[in-house]
Design a binder for this molecule. Structure first.
Ligand SMILES: [Zn+2]
Length: 165
């Protein structure tokens, strides 16, 4: 079995006056995510999906939000470190599909940049990284602009040199 699938989900509360980071890109917005790190909910969901596919636990285990090391950290660094963890197990990323649920701002125009930033960190191509966005039709905490949800599914493959004969 040379391929492994993983899923990840993350939530953050939104508050006025904070910067909004999504998919490694700064999005102009009156609200941003409350977090120990930069609060990039999409990158966190992707990290969790990658760790899940490799059965390496979750993001909170590897990057605890009680550690000063990760205070206000750029989540691209967490993604880079997650890649290092899965590479150490002999895996690389085949493709990622993800969805961000938020009421506003509209993020469609930023998606090409997110895909290229994520692909750059993960040593893959933008066409292997899918980012989608949806509102929740004003329903629930996302609809009330109190928070953001991100979901990700990732497929990993065993690198040929690690594959068992
Ligand atoms: Zn998070």
């Amino acid at each position: 079995m040379n391929q492994r699938i993983g899923q990840g989900i993350d939530f953050h509360r939104l508050e006025k006056g904070l910067k909004l980071w999504l998919g490694g890109v700064h999005i102009p917005s009156e609200k941003g995510c409350v977090a120990h790190s930069d609060g990039d909910v999409l990158l966190h969901a992707i990290c969790d999906a990658m760790l899940g596919a490799a059965a390496l636990g979750d993001i909170g285990h590897h990057f605890p939000d009680t550690s000063p090391e990760f205070k206000n950290i750029d989540s691209k660094i967490l993604l880079e470190r997650t890649l290092a963890l899965i590479k150490a197990k002999g895996f690389s990323v085949v493709n990622i599909d993800s969805t961000v649920c938020l009421e506003k701002p509209k993020i469609a125009g930023f998606i090409p940049e997110m895909r290229s930033v994520i692909a750059g960190v993960l040593e893959t191509l933008p066409e292997d990284i899918s980012v989608k966005a949806t509102t929740t039709e004003k329903l629930g905490f996302t609809g009330r602009e109190e928070g953001i949800i991100a979901l990700a599914v990732v497929l990993l493959q065993v690198n040929p040199r690690h594959a068992k004969a």
